[in-house]
Unconditional design. Structure first.
Length: 119
């Protein structure tokens, strides 16, 4: 499974961004997907995840109510819509995939996309 994240950028606090993760590989639409992030000097942390069907979604407390994860299996793409962004959301965001787990630890990882939130 190969994962390609995109959509990061610079945004002011209170703004929104939508990240995308394009997946390729055999039976990728049957994989559970997730988003993680790593801020400078901090460990990578879980953000959100979604089951292979899209029927179940999960969020870290820090983003619940502000972020929304979704997927389009016809396009093999998972999205992370980030609203009401805060300076503390600044991080490199990574997408991940796993055939069994809907959450960490996940087996496959893509490269990150930088999200910077300015005050």
């Amino acid at each position: 499974v190969q994962l390609q994240a995109s959509g990061g950028g610079l945004v002011q606090a209170g703004g929104s961004l939508r990240l995308s993760c394009a997946a390729s590989g055999r039976r990728v639409s049957s994989y559970n997907m997730g988003w993680f992030r790593q801020a400078p000097g901090k460990e990578r942390e879980y953000v959100a995840s979604i089951s292979w069907s899209g029927g179940s979604t999960y969020y870290a407390d820090s983003v619940k109510g502000r972020f929304a994860i979704s997927r389009d299996n016809a396009k093999n793409t998972v999205y992370l819509l980030m609203n009401s962004l805060k300076v503390e959301d600044t991080a490199v965001y990574y997408c991940a995939a796993d055939p069994r787990r809907v959450g960490p630890p996940m087996e496959h990882w893509g490269q990150g996309t930088q999200v910077t939130v300015s005050s």
